[in-house]
Design a protein around this ligand. Structure first.
Ligand SMILES: Nc1nc2c(c(=O)[nH]1)N[C@H]1C(S)=C(S)[C@@H](COP(=O)(O)OP(=O)(O)OC[C@H]3O[C@@H](n4cnc5c(=O)[nH]c(N)nc54)[C@H](O)[C@@H]3O)O[C@H]1N2
Ligand SMILES: Nc1nc2c(c(=O)[nH]1)N[C@H]1C(S)=C(S)[C@@H](COP(=O)(O)OP(=O)(O)OC[C@H]3O[C@@H](n4cnc5c(=O)[nH]c(N)nc54)[C@H](O)[C@@H]3O)O[C@H]1N2
Ligand SMILES: [Mo]
Length: 748
């Protein structure tokens, strides 16, 4: 990696990126990933199948496609997600015979996954410290034996990551509930849980309310705490179109992100040849980390003072405005300015854009949710929109940018630790089972239960739980204590190396691959960020003859764990239409599912606020006031954790982060130049970052960056060691990954 240079610091691989988002850099990156992962494989045609009417849904992000009907929509990072899955590299039995687990443990996360696709079921052999191939029958029998022996079904954790299809996820929750638990830690618990928990209280639904068409009608768009250039690149075309229409796009983000500043579409030949890129943000406010609520309160205070409220809407559709007004009145500008790091003038310009627009969309991502006050942040955004009736009219609404491509769908079909009674009754009536009524564990609770020995088994339907969670030391130890760890994966990762008494790795098909079952080729369904449900059909050859589909693996485990199960698992695996019939019976919103999902583009689930229907206890939308006590003393430096351009969560495609000017390394801390001066540090210094509780990230290099004062940023998962497991939003359980109080000193 980078060497140190005494004179100008440890700055190898650090530069200033001057280009736009997209552009030739994006095309070059696509060519590179195709070359590295797919060699000359004929399956490079996979890229042409992505997001086509008859193709598969991009496993990259959850941004919708123009109706999934015609346009050729893919992006650089979608191409990386597909080539990473469709790679020609394999980890076969020979690979595992060559490398012990102790050796693999020393590999980087990048190298582990880059080794290639899993091809056979594996079991860890503690005698030799190797993973060894076993048959599917033996794998299921071994898992079933441990699961049947548990004294309590609640001692098993059913983790779900967000790539699983609706069909796989529905079978998975059926398995867990017939088994007897609602323990569904899932990636959503680390992601948009503040949305899932916060929005139902505000507007009666825990999802976004806008569609792509709304972006064509909006008069103003706010983008708070998300980085579309990297994490939802297809959104850049939508933002560029709005910008060309002259719609103001107001950004609030501590970091200047190129993907929010300007964009050159790699799919527009004329744009590529012209020297000009489309500007995106009309105003860029570098809010201090964790300062969003103060900023939002500032805007709302001005809206209320100007009496620019939609009085008719408020009277007919809402409750709670008085408490919100009282809170805003009691909130001082001094607190707003110091907490947000923005001047009153800047906030006035934001309020003006907001008040001058009839139809406003607010988009937000992890910069809002992953804080101790994540739920309060989300509800403050809802408050802002409610003040001017920005729900239930075209061109307006709230737009949480969901994470994984089907994380929203997984939730919709039952992956939740807090199911409703109505849902359980329908599930029980459909399958003749008796689901448990006790709430289950979310992700933090699952790790605590494993750490404390209350939970003894972990099944993972995708994902890399122990690496994605805070406090790796605690999480690693927790998994290693288990009786059983089952990993249903496309690729090997660090969580599988945390061997339990019995450790199984079960290779599954990815989204891009042809899924043949007894009745022929199957398709699956997914739900995007805008509640569109559509079909996804894999086309590529399976990476090996033994690899099975996720529904087949879930059914195999269920049968082994419950030999007397009341569910006809084989029938559902033979024909996924049978699974969809089950989904339809449990969730009436999916009526006529098998027919409607075969229509081009699929269908949209009902989002009640679109019709100004509020499924809250009062039947009204709720303003929810969040009085905050001003903190005493100097404010600590806050560190946020972010994704690089070449990573997908814990999957590290390469060590580059093009738009932030970082090449070949990830050991950096982005800092504001003035802060560095005040700390007596220089661009390129090697530092240690520590927390009060003694956590430390050592030997990283500080890099000056356009980031708000008092704010630092480092990459996830490297910086997860700084986050304690106990540090989360008490309302939603979302870990506070984005506001870690730290100190920073030159390394000894
Ligand atoms: N290529 C790619 N695509 C992805 C993913 C990926 O890893 N790679 N991950 C997927 C998943 S699971 C998710 S959840 C999404 C994540 O998508 P994003 O939400 O965009 O993800 P992050 O990189 O975590 O950070 C978002 C932004 O929040 C800003 N931020 C940090 N702290 C604060 C704050 O306190 N306030 C404000 N206003 N902003 C802040 C950061 O500067 C950064 O620009 O993307 C999905 N899509
Ligand atoms: N510090 C910090 N920590 C964070 C975050 C942060 O912003 N900062 N973000 C959080 C967020 S938003 C999320 S969503 C979580 C992500 O947490 P996870 O969802 O658990 O993690 P991923 O890295 O997405 O999972 C990668 C693994 O999924 C497997 N996989 C890929 N495709 C498939 C498939 O089609 N099927 C199956 N069965 N397996 C597949 C591969 O084997 C791969 O190793 O991390 C969280 N952790
Ligand atoms: Mo996420």
């Amino acid at each position: 990696m980078a060497e140190s240079h005494a004179a100008d610091g440890n700055l190898e691989g650090i530069s200033d990126y001057k280009g736009p988002a997209g552009g030739w850099g994006a095309l070059g990156a696509v060519a590179r990933t195709v070359r590295e992962q797919m060699k000359a494989s004929p399956d490079t045609r996979a890229l042409l199948q992505m997001n086509q009417p008859d193709g598969f849904d991009c496993p990259g992000c959850a941004w919708p496609d123009p109706k999934h009907t015609s346009s050729f929509e893919f992006c650089e990072n979608g191409a990386k997600a597909v080539t990473w899955e469709a790679t020609v590299k394999r980890v076969d039995p020979e690979f595992f015979a060559k490398h012990t687990v102790s050796e693999l443990w020393t590999w980087s996360d990048h190298r582990l996954e880059d080794a290639g696709r899993l091809t056979e079921p594996l079991r860890y052999d503690p005698e030799t410290d190797h993973f060894v191939p076993i048959s599917w029958d033996e794998a299921f029998a071994r898992a079933g034996a441990v699961l049947r022996e548990l004294d309590d079904p609640h001692a098993c954790e059913f983790y779900c990551s967000g790539r699983a299809s609706n069909e796989a996820a529905f079978l998975y929750q059926l398995f867990a509930r017939e088994f007897g638990t609602n323990n569904f830690p899932d990636c959503s618990n680390m992601c948009h849980e503040a949305t899932s928990v916060g929005l139902p209280k505000s507007i009666g639904v825990g999802k976004g309310t806008v569609t792509l068409e709304d972006f064509d009608l909006a008069d103003a768009i706010f983008c708070i705490g998300h980085n579309p250039g990297t994490n939802h690149p297809r959104m850049l075309s939508t933002l560029a179109a709005a910008s060309k229409r002259g719609v103001p796009i107001v950004v609030a983000n501590p970091m200047r992100e190129r993907g929010l500043e300007r964009f050159k579409s790699p799919q527009h030949p004329t744009e590529m040849l012209s020297p000009n890129a489309t500007p995106l943000a009309s105003a860029y406010h570098q809010v201090r980390i964790g300062g969003d609520m103060a900023m939002l309160k500032g805007i709302m205070k001005l809206v209320v003072e100007a009496d620019a409220l939609d009085h008719a809407f408020i009277a007919e559709h809402t409750q709670g405005i008085e408490a919100l007004k009282a809170d805003l009145e009691a909130t001082s500008w001094d607190w707003i300015e110091t907490t947000s790091g923005l001047t009153r003038d800047a906030i006035e310009t934001m309020a003006e854009v907001y008040m001058n627009a009839e139809r406003v969309i607010v988009c937000y991502g992890m910069g809002i949710t992953q804080h101790r006050h994540g739920t309060q942040n989300v509800q403050s955004i809802a408050n802002l929109l409610l003040l001017r009736g920005n729900f239930g009219k075209p061109g307006a609404g709230i737009c949480p940018l969901r994470g994984h491509s089907n994380v929203q769908g997984d939730r919709t079909v039952g992956i939740t630790e807090i199911p409703t009674e109505q849902m359980l009754e329908r599930l029980d009536a459909t399958y003749g089972i008796t689901s448990p009524r006790e709430h289950g564990h979310n992700a933090v609770e699952a790790l605590e239960a494993m750490r404390d020995g209350r939970s003894k088994a972990l099944i993972g339907l995708g994902g890399n739980l122990a690496v994605a969670m805070p406090d790796p030391e605690a999480c690693f130890a927790a998994v290693r204590k288990l009786d059983l760890s089952v990993n249903i994966l496309t690729k090997f990762n660090r969580t599988c190396l945390l061997t339990a008494k019995e450790t199984l790795v079960l290779p599954c098909l990815g989204r891009t691959e042809l899924d043949e079952q007894a009745t022929g080729a199957q398709f699956v369904t997914v739900e995007d960020s805008m509640s569109m449900v559509h079909a996804s059909r894999g086309k590529l050859k399976s990476p090996g003859p033994l690899v099975r589909s996720e529904p087949a693996i879930v059914a195999g485990l269920a049968k082994a764990a419950m030999p007397r199960s009341l569910v006809d698992w084989d029938a559902m695996v033979a024909d996924y239409d049978r699974i969809r019939e089950g989904i339809e019976q449990v969730y009436p919103d999916f009526h006529d599912f098998n027919r409607r999902v075969r229509e081009p583009g699929g269908f949209r689930l009902t989002i009640a606020p679109d019709n100004r229907v509020w499924n809250t206890p009062s039947g009204k939308a709720q303003f929810i006031a969040h009085p905050v006590e001003a903190a005493e003393g100097p404010r600590p430096l806050l560190l946020t954790t972010i994704r690089s351009h070449d990573q997908y969560n814990t999957t590290i495609y390469s060590l580059d982060d093009r738009y932030r000017g970082v090449t070949g390394r990830r050991d950096v801390i982005f800092a504001n130049e003035v802060d560095l001066d005040m700390l007596g540090l220089a661009h390129g210094d090697v530092v240690d970052v520590t927390t009060r509780a003694g956590r430390a990230l050592k030997g990283f290099t500080v890099v000056k960056h356009a980031i708000a004062r008092g704010s630092l940023a480092a990459y996830y998962p490297e910086a997860n060691c700084l986050v304690p497991l106990e540090d989360f939003d008490p309302v939603s359980g979302t870990p506070a990954y984005k506001s870690i109080p730290v100190e920073i000193v030159r390394a000894a």
